[in-house]
Design a protein around this ligand. Structure first.
Ligand code: CA
Ligand code: CA
Length: 296
């Protein structure tokens, strides 16, 4: 099976990136990923800040990109997450003085958590891990987008429903799609509120398929995620208002493209569509709109 090593990494998603590997429509590929620190933090929690300043490490690297034969602008790229394996430890930093914790000062700390047994211990609590992919996306058509930034190409969406067994459709903007992923988290609540997930590294096994003309025909305008019997439109923007609107517009158009009449679609959404915040800490806010698949 094709495996892309973690040394084949990018810090921008871009049409001009050279593919790290090529595959056929329907292939299964393993992406070996670094954590978001690109290895700058050791399993003892020691952060090589000097090396970081000197540019030794990438910010939030993604492994890839993978060129998928036959993927063209206007198509969607379907990515099925078949398996995620991670190392047995993760690291978290602190979020004092930033975002929702802007009014709080505190010690900056890098803390390592071991979770080989599938549980992470904090305080007196043992919490089961729930491994997810923070960064996953295709190349945008326009300017390169840093891998720390989420947008309609995907990227740093930090959506905790991107787990083993999920499937995501991305609108393809450039030939080959140029899929990349990284930034695995062993555990993260909706919002990633204190700045970090439980940051880790590992291997993702994914099957890629091209869905022809899906952007128009199936209204795949934003990353569209299937998980746990639900379909979710995931959208990112500078403000909460815009992110919410984009996620809802994508869901509404998804319903219209599947034969729902306009008023029924809106009313159904008021009845059964749930909104959730994916993350509030990246350069753009990410939200998702969710509906039961069997209603559509
Ligand atoms: Ca992230
Ligand atoms: Ca992260």
């Amino acid at each position: 099976m094709l495996k892309i090593p973690c040394t084949s990494k990018i810090d921008h998603m871009s049409a001009i990136n050279q593919p790290a590997a090529r595959c056929k429509d329907g292939d299964t590929v393993i992406f070996q990923t670094m954590d978001c620190f690109d290895g700058a933090v050791t399993d003892k929690g020691i952060f090589d800040r000097e090396g970081k300043k000197e540019g030794k490490y990438m910010a939030n690297p993604a492994t890839g990109p993978l060129y998928i034969e036959g993927a063209m602008p206007g198509d969607a790229l379907s990515v099925e997450i078949l398996d995620i394996q991670t190392r047995g430890w993760g690291v978290m930093g602190t979020g004092f003085g930033q975002n929702a914790f802007i009014n709080y000062k505190g010690e900056s700390e890098m803390r390592v958590f071991n979770y080989e047994d599938g549980f992470v211990k904090i305080g007196s609590k043992q919490i089961p891990t729930d491994i997810m992919i923070g960064v996953i996306g295709v190349a945008p058509a326009g300017d390169p987008i840093p891998t720390v930034t989420p947008d309609s190409h995907g990227g740093n969406m930090d959506c905790n429903r991107i787990v083993t067994g999920s499937k995501i459709l991305f609108p393809v903007a450039v030939e080959g799609g140029l899929l990349a992923m990284g930034d695995l988290h062993a555990l993260m609540g909706d919002g990633e509120v204190f700045e970090y997930g439980l940051e880790t590294a590992g291997e993702v096994t994914a099957r890629v398929k091209v869905v022809k003309n899906a952007v128009k025909k199936l209204a795949i305008k934003q990353p569209t995620l299937y998980q746990g019997g639900r379909v979710m439109t995931v959208a990112s923007a500078k403000t909460y208002e815009d992110a919410v609107r984009l996620a809802l517009e994508a869901m509404y158009e998804y319903l219209l493209a599947r034969g729902w009449e306009k008023v029924d679609a809106g009313m159904l959404m008021s009845m059964k569509c749930d909104l959730a915040i994916c993350q509030i800490v990246d350069p753009q806010i990410t939200v998702r709109a969710m509906m039961d698949e069997n209603l559509i």
